[in-house]
Write a new protein. Sequence first.
Lengths: 311, 364
Amino acid sequence: MNAARPATTPGQNPALVVDDIHMTYGDLRAVDGVSFTVGEGEFFGILGPNGAGKTTTLEIAEGLREPVSGSVRLLGQSPWPRNLALLPRIGVQLQASAFFERLTAREQLETFGALYGVGGRRVDDMLELVGLADKAGTPEAKLSGGQRQRLSIACALVHDPDVVFLDEPTAALDPQARRNLWDVLREVKSRGKTIVYTTHYLDEAEVLCDRVAIMDRGTILAMDAPARLVRGLDAPTHVILERNSVPLEQARALPGADHASEDGLSLTITTRTPAPVLSALAERNVLDGLQVRTATLEDVFLDLTGREYRA
Amino acid sequence: MTITEKPHRSTESGTAAPTPFVALSRAMIKGFLRDKATLFFTFLFPLMFLVIFGLIFGNQGSSKTEIGVVGDGPVVSALEQSGVVEFKRFGSTEEALTEVTGGDLPAYIAENGNDISLRFAASDSTQAGLVNGLVSGVVDQTNLAATGQPPRFTLDAAQVEDSSLKAIQYMLPGILSWAVSIASVFGAALTFVNWRKKQVLRRLQLAPVQPSTVLGSRIVVSLGVALLQFTLFVGIALLPMFGLRLSGQWWLAIPLLLVGTLAFFSIGMLVGAFCKTEEAASGAANLITLPMAFLSGAFYPVDQMPQWLQTVSKVLPMRHLNDGMLDVMVRDKGAQALLVPAVVLIGFTLVLGFIASKVFRWED
């Protein structure tokens, strides 16, 4: 379990310290000894397939649940039991879109804002931040999935919290809506917020997060910056060309090539030293349409669990 | 993602925000007013009952008995002047007899010189007795007048208000309390189920707002809806075509109605705590409000029920709300008539509210 301790020590003032928390539902060990620290201003991702224990971990960190054992310090305080002094400093987006019935986007924000004593300009700022200024008068039920998620994030941010918890904000969104949301999340980070978020999209976490914790079956398998996790994997690089641009035998004989294979469309060369392979291909002038695929967090997951990643 | 500049609605003071209580109440009122189905079942549906029943039973008390008449004479004219029966004239006794034997008329009277004959249908003994008494009374009076003697015994008859009320008088309080029960039970139950399902309750748990504020704002909305119903229903029933007449201290019904609303709200909280989906909650709420309305005499006077049912109905809050409202709104009773209903309703609210708070769940 100690392997899950943070490899790097984030800032002197950690925003969130989770120490060896356990949570069981009946016989199921939903969270089984999870520890991590999130520094101020850090974008921290908790990744893993459905049922890995991400949401439960987040709920314990937010103070929605009491862990069976272990402790949580959020902004230096314990979030459990319900800590009214702490609540204005955290913003939360839950997995379901928690909205009041039949209110417009603006009215949702006004209502949530009023719970924290903010309103007026702040509501307009939030609508602009998430790109919904032109949808202010639209009933929440008539927003698209992506717009609803952005509104939900706006509601989590309306009172300018220090720490933001987002539970799968990009789940069930189409690719374009996901990209739009990434922009919003980057903007939130640039405002100096600490973000703790869960996702089952590993590619997304790789793009957005400063650090990620990969969870499976209630435990953290690995935790580091995404690039460092991938590099640590020492996985081969795949160079993909159009089929027949180089004969298969020649491709196998290229300097540095470990392996080459063909399918109906492409020729794939596997290598641990891509530089000589690429320069040899450049000499043959076959770089058109060439793709280089390096390992991803999915490969890290495969390496850690021995099974394919399935969200 | 275009950003349009719009004039800001509520930015006069920059960061003006209503209190959480006001904001939550406002959110729920808007949600209520924008829900056409709920508006229908809160206002229009009970109103339909009021209008239909009001028109069906509206002039029941003033309908007169119609009898057949053959021939003419002092008895027939005296009967006509009494104004208690309506005449259907026939040329011959055979025609009139056909109508009576056919069940279309309760009786006919034939006057031919000094012979007066009355034939009545045996099937309806009440009507037969009525007509019999009436006609023999008129015949006796005419006989007496014919002798020229002053009557020795005089009868002083005058109309008095009886306690069995005109239909609209007992229907208005009944349908009003039924309507309030629908709005409060459904309102409370559906809000809690919906907020739990959509995780609004958990979201509120993570906002710096007290549970009492959340509950209080929901209760205030229910009380406001009940007041609206009271105003609308009483206003319509007062129209001449329905003819409701309120007695002196009718306004005492308002505080009682609000206490009743709380009792129904506590039922809704209990339903909301047990049901997982809105469909289940609607079903359960229907299952409670409709039988309760029937047993509590919301649609007909409770004394028409068997005695044991009347006793059973005393455990229902609507029964006491009905009794209390009838007493002050149409039976011209004072505040002391509300003592028992108010105590029962408050007690009911406290007990159910306590149970509901014990079984309350923030999430499924």
